[in-house]
Design a protein around this ligand. Structure first.
Ligand code: HEC
Length: 105
C-alpha cells in the first residue's frame, strides 16, 4: 500500500520533468494522498486542503507576499510532509497556486 503510493508519486514526479507548468501543478496538487495523522485523526488520503482550504491562500494576513515566498512555502509543506515532489514539481504547484489565488506577476 505505502510503496504503491510512493511509486505513484515517483511516476508523477518523473512525468513532470517533461511538462513544467501550472496544468501539471494542478494535477500534482489534486493527486496528493498522504498517510498521516492530522489533528489526532489518521488519514490515508490527506491532501493540502486537509490542513488549509483554498480560502487560506487568500486570507488577509497570509505569510506569502511574493512569488519566491510562495515557492518556499510550497517547498516547506512538501518537505515537512514528505510529499516527495521534486523541485520542478514544487515550481509547477507554485505556478498553479499563483494562477488560482495569489496572482503575483
Ligand atoms: C499537516 C497540515 C498541512 C498540510 C497537509 C499542508 N500544509 Fe501547507 N501549511 C501548513 C501550515 C501549518 C502552514 C502555515 C505555516 C506558517 O504559518 O508558518 C502552511 C502554509 C502553506 C502555504 C502558505 C500560505 C500562505 O499564504 O500563508 C502554502 C502555499 C502551503 N502551505 C502549501 C501547501 C501545499 C501545496 C500542500 C500539499 C502538498 C500543503 N501545504 C499541505 C500545514 C499544512
Amino acid at each position: 500500500m505505502k510503496s504503491n503510493l510512493l511509486m505513484a508519486l515517483l511516476l508523477l514526479s518523473v512525468s513532470s520533468v517533461y511538462a513544467g507548468d501550472a496544468e501539471n501543478g494542478e494535477q500534482l496538487y489534486k493527486e496528493v494522498a498522504l498517510e498521516r495523522t492530522i489533528r489526532g485523526e489518521q488519514y490515508t488520503d490527506a491532501n493540502c486542503e486537509t490542513c488549509h482550504e483554498s480560502a487560506f491562500y487568500q486570507r488577509e494576513d497570509r505569510k506569502v507576499t511574493s512569488y519566491s515566498k510562495l515557492e518556499s512555502m510550497v517547498e516547506g509543506c512538501n518537505t515537512n510532509l514528505d510529499v516527495g515532489w521534486f523541485p520542478e514539481d514544487v515550481s509547477d504547484v507554485a505556478k498553479y497556486l499563483n494562477r488560482e489565488y495569489y496572482k503575483f506577476k
